[in-house]
Design a protein around this ligand. Sequence first.
Ligand SMILES: Cc1cc2nc3c(=O)[nH]c(=O)nc-3n(C[C@H](O)[C@H](O)[C@H](O)COP(=O)(O)O)c2cc1C
Length: 402
Amino acid sequence: MPLKYPELENRRIIIGVTGSIASYKILELVRGIVRAKGQVKVVMTRNATKFITPYAFSTLTGNPVYVDLFPPDFSWSPLHISLSEWGEVMLVAPATANILGKAANGIADDLLSTLILSFPNPIIFAPAMNENMWKNPAVEENICILRERGFEVIPPEKGELATGKVGEGRLPSPETLLFWLRKCFYPQNLKGLKILITAGPTREYIDDIRFISNPSSGKMGYFLAEEAVLRGAEVILISGESTQPVPPGVEKIVIEKGEELEKEVKKFFPSCDVLIMNAAVTDFRPCKKMEGKIKREGKLSLELIPVPDILAGLGKEKKGKLIVGFSLETEEVEKRALEKFKKKKVDIMVGCLQKEGYSGFKVENMEGIIIYSTRQKERFSLTKRELAELIMERIAERRFEK
Ligand SMILES: Cc1cc2nc3c(=O)[nH]c(=O)nc-3n(C[C@H](O)[C@H](O)[C@H](O)COP(=O)(O)O)c2cc1C
């Protein structure tokens, strides 16, 4: 089976664990890295070993766990130097208020804090603490210092904390931490771009409780959003009903009807650099929505009218922006995608085949053709994740062509 996160394969990752109750989540994170065939070495503070034993980490990683700056079996090479030479990236998670303070002030009084000072590659901090500690001005100032110096500090989440209270300061999930590690191994070729992505289905109501829609899961759009943030873009995702997890760092705006989608696209379009229209818009709506619930009494005819074309209404605002359209077709994919490419004045049109159980809705695969403004065409038969990767790569190439 292909690896879920191939970008982590054979990567050398150091995880610094400090004395927080949230350290139990790191066992799951380490498993995730090992599953992705990454190599992990864990460095623990002495206080961290009071929460989790080093044996748990060494068993999961297949590597020794490092705690002491002066271990009993000290050899000629100091540990903080050999670990600095080994690691490609370091994630300190959970990061206590204490380690943040030490890192911000250049204190090196144990193995982990000394390693932070000597480590030449990217370091990410994932703070976790009680809300009062998180909002303490000393901690806030230390976070500012670390960010100013170019360290990534993952914002903690709001939710139930270890004490049972609800507040800000919770360590993000292992999957989210893994996401930030994956980002380190992606080309940051979309950094500085603001990308607006629409995803999922729209609904057009017949009466107060029934609607016309389509089976879009939103998967393609969410993969596009994930791929864009991994490459450093700022992403706004306008989404219809979808159970897909929202990628970390993505701002999600929920819509239901086509007119809501249109309103949100118009609102964010002027400030974005790239628009990707991936939402499965329900192209027709009833001429008149009935009030209440239509009774089941004999035959019923619905008169439908086309919904407005959102892209057509954006023409004047386009300026230097890049617009990517999607078109899902049951036949003549290339011909129809080309027609839409011309009519909608997009820069890239992704024509996809809808074939039950093979390509399109409800399956992982997409087959089709991409048409570029250079008149080039590119056929594809890929998973949705791979297609998202290809599209973002093409957007990055066009960015540097300008
Ligand atoms: C049960 C318990 C839970 C703790 N959880 C946290 C925590 O989540 N975040 C934090 O910053 N400190 C927490 N502390 C306090 C730290 O363990 C303490 O500041 C310690 O000096 C940190 O040492 P270290 O950064 O070297 O691991 C906790 C302490 C105890 C006793």
